[in-house]
Design a binder for this molecule. Structure first.
Ligand code: ZN
Length: 138
């Protein structure tokens, strides 16, 4: 069995954003040389997510509105977590949008459903953060 590991780095200039990272994951898969196996992609920070859904800007806007209803950023005083920090909402948003995804690798390709793409979800940006890509197979 072969194994490949790479970290993808992000420095999102806004507090919140969704980024399609499918091309970067495909590049990792190409470098790995693995044709059949599994790829795990996980956020390495507790205020960011990795998830799979549609690459459609209306949906991403809807996510942002929905997440702000569930866990509004303001007022920051509503969260006990906020004392030294102001990212209590970002921890809650990360929890519901998820930490990681696993995608099957078949014939050297990500074995997606028709509209599936991989996204990095940032909920407390304006600093460097990373995503782990781990691929195993043969
Ligand atoms: Zn925090």
């Amino acid at each position: 069995m072969k194994s490949y590991r790479e970290e993808l780095w992000f420095d999102i200039p806004t507090r919140r954003a969704f980024v399609n990272i499918t091309p970067q994951v495909e590049t990792c898969l190409g470098k790995s040389g693995i044709r059949d196996g599994l790829v795990l992609i996980n956020a390495m920070h507790i205020t960011a997510s990795v998830f799979i859904n549609d690459d459609e800007s209306g949906l991403h806007h809807d996510y942002d509105v929905w997440l702000e209803k569930l866990a509004p950023h303001e007022p920051v005083s509503q969260y006990r977590h906020n004392g030294y920090e102001d990212n209590g909402d970002a921890h809650l948003k990360r929890q519901i949008m998820g930490r990681e995804v696993v995608v099957a690798v078949t014939d050297g390709q990500l074995d997606f459903g028709t509209w599936e793409r991989i996204f990095y979800g940032e909920f407390d940006g304006r600093r460097k953060k990373r995503v782990l890509v781990k691929i195993i197979g043969e």
